[in-house]
Design a protein around this ligand. Structure first.
Ligand code: FAD
Length: 396
């Protein structure tokens, strides 16, 4: 079978890789090229963690995907995963950490509960004030996102996959199926099946279908200067951390230069092609406030890097992985809602099984419900992916 995959972010790259491995002729098309910094997958780092409150599907996918990332890392020349551990700062007001502890324990995934005193001794650089206890995932950590996507695409090309750099025009349906897509350079690519994994551009590609189902929100990313030679912020001394209640998260410094600390609440609704991609002063102030509280020595440090990308937000925070309802040979993957990167290998594996008609493989990976389907979805104000504030409050 000939397949065209549009979008070389984490979802498209892994889907292309699995389809190619299954023996299909695959062309991966991206308007900005492999490993670009315009898509959501192009940042330096992404958290991979198992905790997901009471949900037991995402933790299983995350563990499987982490194994696949590590396998890719062994094949590739360079580090893709930093096993720094992931620390959740619990609060009295919500049950996410306690529910995660129950789920992860039941699934046999290593997880620890730390008292505040233990937190103070295990991560001395962090101020534990006001944190009643913490949940620690020792086998979790950070994926080095852009290198990881580039390595995926390099492996796909080494397997005989083809990469094309061009923009694909929004497809026009004909007879309930697609026979080709048009590129900006005037060429057409014909195929038996098409996958659209266009991240925050998906609503522009399928405005009628996805205009309300996937909403791009600009997210600001900041890195603050680590004092020269200060190794208290390095992996090993400091884990990835998530302040669930405060809707903030951060990473240790991987290069000894920048310490990433970012809000997890939804930024302004913006279309990626129209966004100035400028970090808001309010984000800078909020980031300094959280640093002042948790890492006081970092609060007045210079900003060394800024970046923006987009959460592709669905109403219930579940991804979209489904066949186009009117185009029998077109499939859609997106709606990452700020938590899809880690799952990229399994999203690709699952979608490749669906596209290739391998029903047994798809069934083995499928969630226990229709969470990824293209259908009307109710907004779930209480659904949180990683400490995100309720959607209705953010959008108000
Ligand atoms: C600030 C931030 C923090 C995040 N943190 C985490 C985290 O800690 N852990 C986690 O698991 N996830 C996290 N995420 C979510 C995760 O990064 C995204 O959900 C994921 O990277 C989305 O991948 P994608 O392949 O769907 O889209 P993208 O990476 O955006 O890729 C889409 C690609 O499609 C291409 N494209 C678009 N339209 C066209 C067209 N018409 N023709 C050709 N090419 C096209 C683009 O050029 C782009 O390369 C975070 C996201 C953000 C923004």
């Amino acid at each position: 079978m000939r397949v065209v995959v549009v979008g070389a972010g984490v979802m498209g790259a892994w889907t292309a890789r699995w389809l190619r491995r299954a023996g299909h002729a695959v062309t991966l098309v991206d308007r900005y090229g492999p490993g670009n910094t315009m898509g959501s997958s192009g940042d330096a780092s992404r958290i991979t963690r198992s905790s997901h409150g009471p949900d037991r599907h995402y933790p299983v996918w995350q563990r499987r995907a982490l194994g696949q990332w590590r396998e890719l890392e062994r094949e590739a020349d360079g580090e893709l995963f930093v096993n720094a551990g992931v620390l959740w700062l619990a609060s009295e007001g919500q049950a996410f950490e306690a529910e995660s502890f129950v789920s992860l324990t039941a699934l046999g995934i290593p997880v620890e509960q730390w008292s505040r005193d233990e937190l103070a001794s295990r991560v001395p650089v962090m101020n534990p004030e006001g944190v009643p206890w913490a949940l620690f995932e020792p086998e979790a950590g950070a994926l080095l996102a852009r290198p990881a996507v580039s390595a995926t695409i390099a492996a796909f090309e080494a397997d005989g996959g083809e990469v094309v750099v061009s923009r694909v025009a929004p497809p026009r349906a004909a007879g309930g199926a697609l026979d080709s897509v048009r590129l900006d350079d005037g060429r057409s690519l014909q195929a038996d099946a098409f996958v659209f994994a266009c991240g925050p551009w998906l609503p522009d590609v399928f405005p009628a279908l996805l205009g309300e189902m996937i909403v791009p929100h600009r997210q600001d990313v900041l890195q603050f200067a680590v004092p020269t030679g200060d190794d208290r912020y390095a992996p090993g001394a400091m884990p990835v951390w998530i302040d669930f209640e405060g809707s903030f998260y951060g990473f240790p410094s991987f290069d000894g230069v920048g310490l990433k600390a970012c809000p997890d609440w939804l930024g302004p609704r913006e279309r990626p092609d129209e966004s100035a991609r400028e970090v808001a002063e309010a984000t800078v102030e909020a980031s300094r406030a959280i640093l002042r509280r948790r890492f006081p020595a970092m609060a007045e440090q210079a900003i060394v890097r800024t970046w923006t990308c987009f959460y592709e937000v669905t109403p219930d925070a579940h991804f979209v992985i489904d066949r186009h309802p009117d185009l029998a040979n077109a499939w859609i993957a997106g709606g990452g809602t700020g938590h899809a990167f880690k799952h990229g290998p399994v999203i690709g594996e699952y979608l490749a099984a669906l596209v290739g008609g391998d029903q047994a493989a798809a069934a083995a990976l499928a969630p226990p419900d229709d969470r990824f389907a293209i259908r009307a979805r109710a907004t779930q104000p209480s659904f949180r992916t990683s400490g995100r504030k309720p959607l209705d409050a953010e959008l108000a």
